[in-house]
Design a protein around this ligand. Sequence first.
Ligand SMILES: [Fe+2]
Ligand SMILES: [Fe+2]
Length: 189
Amino acid sequence: MSLIIDNLKEAINGETNAKIKYELFAEQAEKENYSEIAHLFRAISSAESIHIKNHIQAIAKITNSEVNANEIVKTNEEELKKQVQDTRNNLIQAIAGETFEFKKMYKSFIKDAKKGDLYLAEFSFDLARKAEIVHSKLYIAYLKKLDKKENIEPIDIYVCTICGNVELRKAPKTCPNCDHEQKFFKKVD
Ligand SMILES: [Fe+2]
Ligand SMILES: [Fe+2]
């Protein structure tokens, strides 16, 4: 069990750093007048909060104790600020991060949770992993638009508050990741 708790903690730490980084990337995109890329960074940043919340709840339920996220998370905002580049490179960095999470990190965490028969952890990892696939696809789509110098029209962006899935333009009737209804989607400004 301790390995799986450690994995949950590692995921919380990774997601928190990603969340802060995307907020910084959003600020940078605004500076470069890419307001819709900033919008996407903000939406995905808020999606990572859902993963953090789910992983914390999983630890609390598994260990039957209160969890203090501050004791788990190690962030150094100054270090993160140093990683901010121009928006094109920030998108590339974000794609690399998301791809690592869904191809490597969550894949191995899901395996460990399965072996340990810890369904709560497996479920939390699996929901996050599916959302990271969507995040990476969206970043790739926006990077392509940027490279083609396509104008990115302002659109509504919705985040599923259950699983962190991100949907453009309108919230679907049910979330394709977690099957929850439309009402669980929140529009991100
Ligand atoms: Fe993500
Ligand atoms: Fe969802």
